[in-house]
Design a protein around this ligand. Structure first.
Ligand code: ZN
Ligand code: ZN
Length: 218
């Protein structure tokens, strides 16, 4: 591998556009494929600022393998569901919403949840508008990391020095898998805001994406 290759990673800009997706689509802010017999993700509220008790997570992003084969889907799964707890969380590197990932096998979902639980309170800045995705694939150079919503690629360190996240389970250096942006290159913003016009970056373990994740706001 040349030095040039080492500085280049595949990336996919999700390129959100206002739309009307279903649970069978990849999207931001639309309905999730969630089975009626599985508990909805819940934030225990331990790091809420100020302490305000537990709240349900909010379905933020859904990405099907058929649309985004670049994502590191564990064997037997074909959809990634990204949840945010849309309250302020007071944690190092990630003052903002809490993040949870669910890797699911869509073929096992028979009956859908009737209504997604709604938090009793939300920070408006963390609530997405409803968008379909028009992905743009490219090779991203480290020196030109896009600040748009994307999978793969490099972290755009804008508001902090680079941070390394070792996996809490196995110690491997976690890698940025998903970045959610305040500002899209297209100008069609999702109307959420992380930090001061920054990004919510999600890091996963290269050995096993189901190991604990790290989040970074900057
Ligand atoms: Zn929370
Ligand atoms: Zn790990």
């Amino acid at each position: 591998m040349s030095i040039e290759d080492a500085r280049t990673r595949p990336a996919v800009l999700l390129n959100p556009l206002e739309g009307d997706p279903t649970d069978a689509d990849s999207h931001i802010g639309g309905p999730l494929l969630w089975p009626i017999d599985e508990p909805w993700p819940w934030c225990d509220g331990e790091t809420h600022q100020p302490g305000s008790g537990g709240e349900p997570f909010v379905g933020a992003v859904q990405l099907y393998r058929s649309d985004f084969p670049e994502l590191p889907f564990p064997e037997g799964t074909d959809v990634l569901q990204v949840f945010l707890c849309t309250l302020h969380h007071d944690v190092p590197h990630a003052r903002g919403p809490a993040v949870r990932l669910v890797w699911r096998d869509s073929t096992t979902v028979v009956e859908l949840i009737e209504e997604e639980p709604q938090p009793s309170a939300q920070v408006e800045a963390y609530v997405p508008t409803v968008n379909v995705l028009e992905p743009i694939r490219y090779a991203e150079r480290e020196s030109k990391a896009s600040g748009g919503t994307k999978i793969g690629g490099w972290t755009a360190w804008r508001q902090s020095a680079p941070v390394e996240f070792p996996c809490p389970d196995c110690g491997a250096a976690q890698r940025q898998t998903l970045s959610l942006a305040t500002h899209e290159p297209s100008g069609d913003d999702v109307e959420w805001e992380f930090g001061r016009g920054g990004n919510l970056n999600v890091f996963t373990c290269p050995a096993d994406v189901r190991h604990p994740i790290s989040a970074h706001v900057g």
